[in-house]
Design a protein around this ligand. Structure first.
Ligand SMILES: Cc1cc2nc3c(=O)[nH]c(=O)nc-3n(C[C@H](O)[C@H](O)[C@H](O)COP(=O)(O)OP(=O)(O)OC[C@H]3O[C@@H](n4cnc5c(N)ncnc54)[C@H](O)[C@@H]3O)c2cc1C
Length: 284
């Protein structure tokens, strides 16, 4: 439970942090809230030579509305700060998920940038970002790029992020009045991580057909994914229950001491139906 020796520097600005990460050549790592990185270091599953503390960079904090109507969440914004931000209250799926992530310490320290960069296959925020079709804005000494969330998560703890890049913002669509959203999860009681967590957005109804459906699932596959077969079934007129049966189509369902493959797949199906029902109820 004692990390290997490391150097520690506190970044004084975003540019300072980026320069230090670039100079580290892969052996330097950013630390934000430390809620994922420190446990890994204590288990010696991560052994950075230098920790670059970005925790006090005010320029990476906060929620603001962009000129094009989208909403930008700074990479260092904590779960608790998101919970208290009025701009985000219109996102039903965030209101559902945020109060249940970890405990008070995790919500006070853990950041949306850290959760996204860490790319834990059972983390809640990645499913929400996928359902919302968010954009990940990253910076390095080479400049800035915007990565569509659809291609961001590439495997368990693997993402499109380069070692010297920092997530500066997550950009969400502004939110439409004709869409409802919800998040439903069955959690592993000891850690709070999802055995299956589902983010759903539905709406734009015309007659008896839904015109929009987005469903993303965490905790089930190698990485969080969009359940496109569920979405197609809904848009094709299937009931929530029939569509939910496609929750794990094309996915190798994980199996571990908390949930075997069959149980986890069943939980995913149930949670997809519940998330769709809850999202649709918010439209009423
Ligand atoms: C007891 C416990 C319970 C938890 N329960 C849940 C839960 O129920 N649901 C859930 O989803 N999560 C849960 N978590 C995980 C938690 O959400 C994450 O640990 C946290 O959000 C990570 O953010 P951080 O700022 O602490 O990241 P850190 O631990 O500081 O960093 C994590 C990784 O991200 C990198 N990083 C950090 N910030 C950036 C950035 N801006 N740009 C690029 N890279 C960056 C770091 O280099 C490191 O590799 C739990 C954690 C704990 C300890």
């Amino acid at each position: 439970m004692i990390p290997a020796a490391f150097d520690y520097v506190r970044a004084t600005s975003l540019d300072d942090a980026l320069a230090r990460l670039a100079a580290g050549g892969g052996s330097a790592k950013a630390i934000a809230g430390g809620q994922s990185l420190l446990p890994l270091m204590k288990l010696r599953l991560a052994r950075p030579e230098t920790l670059v503390d970005i925790g006090r960079l005010a320029e990476l904090k906060g929620v603001r509305r962009l000129g094009d109507g989208r909403v930008s969440i700074g990479g260092l914004t904590t779960y608790d700060e998101m919970l208290r931000d009025m701009t985000l209250h219109r996102y039903g799926l965030l209101a559902d998920a945020l109060p249940n992530i970890g405990d008070v310490q995790v919500r006070n320290r853990g950041t949306i940038g850290g959760a996204t960069a860490h790319a834990d296959p059972a983390s809640d925020m990645p499913a929400i970002l996928l359902a919302l079709d968010a954009e990940v804005v990253v910076r390095s000494v080479r400049g800035e790029r915007a990565i569509p969330i659809a291609g961001f998560f590439q495997g368990a703890f693997a993402s499109a992020l380069e070692p010297d890049e920092l997530i500066t913002e997550l950009r969400l669509p502004g939110g439409r009045e004709d869409l409802g959203s919800a998040y439903r999860a069955i959690e592993q009681p000891a850690s709070g991580y999802s055995i299956a967590g589902v983010a759903a957005i539905i709406g734009a109804r015309s007659g008896d057909r839904w015109g929009f459906c987005s469903v993303a699932i965490t905790g089930v596959g190698e990485h969080p994914y969009r359940a496109t077969a569920v979405e197609s079934a809904i848009l094709g007129g299937a009931s929530f229950e029939a569509a939910a049966a496609h929750a794990c189509d094309g996915v190798t369902v994980a199996s571990d001491i908390h949930a075997d493959r069959e149980y986890r797949a069943h939980v995913a199906t149930v949670q997809v139906r519940r998330a769709l029902e809850a999202a649709a109820a918010r439209l009423a």
